[in-house]
Ligand binder design. Structure first.
Ligand code: SDX
Length: 436
């Protein structure tokens, strides 16, 4: 980042001395006002719960232009990566800053493939869960438990440890997600197959059984790989900020990623794909397209607490570019499976059309986000609704690690420790019991 010619001057109406604050510029996007010295100079904090106007870090990984609906991973537009690269190329790019050449690509694919198995002890953690446990509860536990097996790569300040931990997490997440699914089904786990692609291997671990050869459907394999690319990283979203804050204490990468999994689970964040599909199911059950008007009315009624899940975004005030690509993938998968008439897909497109014409959504710049169509395509592939967020976590693991490593690799980083505006009781003495 570089010092801008511009600078900010903060003045106070009560006559307190004004303060000059430096302004810094990035390569693209909004400038920042550096307030790091504000408390020392004024004895005051800034106030920004939800971080609507706060840049918590500088980063060179992912850029989002919310007004244009643009998403770049290391400068490359998501539309090009999703159609010209695969997920492991995208992982290499996010981790290293450049797309791999032929040799780097082959080596990286091989490296990840050779780390897909998990320690046999991991299956005993699963046995502690009820069979009907939510897969995200299982995954949060399993990812945190990984730190118990890799004492050779838990020193986050050691670049070699960071690198091998990154490979292990990227390689093992599909195995863990598939194990959580198989455990819930009461079926045996499928071991990874090194001759399959990353997405193909995941499909086989999910839907294969020891009883017969599993044939990977190339259309589903490609669709899943694209879903992974679309979810790989997204700037300083809630779960990424959680990983950064957790990692800033120097804890091991597995624990920090487990914190990201836990945060992603929430329906306002990665849990929205599950919530969006359940919402579509509910509307369908109540009568489908004819009931959309009534549902939209409920959404517009603040007291209903009903939101149009899969719509709206803190940054995108235009169409989420990932939603467009997800809709295309939906078309491909449904056509491949002969489900073009899928009522939920029809309902989703009708709901989107009506919402985008409705003033409530237009005024608030609410558009479909990545979660609106992803549930429909995952359901068509055969992934159960309660595993959608697990797939999101699988794909986002590389983004979390890339962001964590970028923070740790920055010599200026410090442990994150926000302050507060205190509104509680002033100092008072404890009254005797009979006086309370
Ligand atoms: C992800 O940050 C990321 O990058 C996240 C993510 C990633 O890749 O990491 O992109 C993934 O989490 C996508 C978002 C998934 N969540 C949902 O689809 C859940 C539904 N969406 C909302 O909960 C909401 O839009 C948020 C949480 C996504 C964003 O909320 P903000 O930025 O805090 O905006 P807000 O709640 O202040 O909303 C502004 C207005 C409000 O109305 P008013 O008070 O101004 O009258 O828009 C309304 C909100 O009530 N609103 C919605 C709505 N989203 C916002 N009204 C109905 N339905 C919605 N979905």
């Amino acid at each position: 980042m570089k010092l801008a010619d511009n600078k900010a001057t903060l003045s106070f109406s009560n006559g307190s001395p004004s303060v000059d604050l430096p302004v810094y510029q990035g390569s693209i996007g909004p400038d920042v006002i550096d307030i790091r010295k504000l408390y020392a100079q004024t004895g005051m904090f800034t106030y920004d719960p939800g971080f609507l106007s706060t840049a918590a870090t500088q980063s060179a990984i992912t850029y989002i232009d919310g007004d244009k609906g643009e998403l770049l991973y290391r400068g490359y537009p998501i539309e090009q990566l999703a159609t010209q690269c695969d997920y492991l190329d995208t992982c290499y790019l996010l981790l290293n800053g450049e797309l791999p050449n032929e040799t780097q690509r082959t080596d990286f694919h091989k490296l990840v493939t050779n780390h897909t198995m998990v320690n046999e002890q991991m299956q005993f953690f699963l046995r502690g869960f009820r069979r009907d446990a939510h897969p995200m509860a299982v995954l949060t536990g399993l990812v945190g438990a990984l730190s118990a097996f890799y004492h050779d790569s838990t020193d986050i300040n050691n670049p070699q440890h960071r690198e091998i931990a990154a490979i292990r997490l990227i390689a093992k997440m599909p195995t863990l997600v598939a194990m959580a699914y198989k455990y819930g089904m009461g079926q045996p786990y499928m071991y990874p197959q090194n001759n399959l692609s990353y997405a193909g291997n995941f499909l086989r671990m999910m839907f294969g059984t020891p009883c017969e050869e599993y044939k990977v459907n190339p259309v589903l394999e490609r669709a899943l790989d694209r879903i992974f690319i679309l979810h790989a990283d997204h700037e300083q979203n809630a779960s990424t900020s959680t990983v950064r804050l957790c990692g800033s204490s120097g804890t091991n990468p597995f624990a920090a990623i487990a914190a990201g999994v836990a945060c992603l689970w929430g329906p306002a964040h990665g849990g929205a794909n599950e919530a969006a599909l359940n919402m579509l199911h509910d509307i369908q059950a109540q009568g489908g397209v004819e009931k959309i008007g009534e549902f939209i009315k409920q959404v517009k009624d603040k007291n209903s607490g009903v939101k149009l899940m899969g719509f709206g975004h803190r940054v995108y005030k235009n169409y989420d570019p990932r939603a467009k690509l997800m809709q295309e993938t939906c078309n491909e998968v449904l056509a491949e499976l002969g489900l073009e008439k899928d009522p939920l897909f029809k309902l989703a497109k009708e709901l989107e059309k009506i919402a985008l014409e409705d003033d409530y959504f237009v005024q608030r710049k609410l558009y479909p986000n990545v979660d609106f169509y992803s549930g429909i395509v995952q359901r068509a592939i055969g992934i159960p609704v309660n595993l959608f967020t697990g797939i999101f976590a699988l794909a986002r693991t590389v983004g979390w690690i890339a962001q964590l490593n970028e923070m740790i690799g920055d010599p200026e980083y410090k442990i994150g420790r926000p302050r507060q505006l205190f509104t509680g009781s002033e100092r008072r003495d404890v009254p005797a019991l009979d006086k309370r």
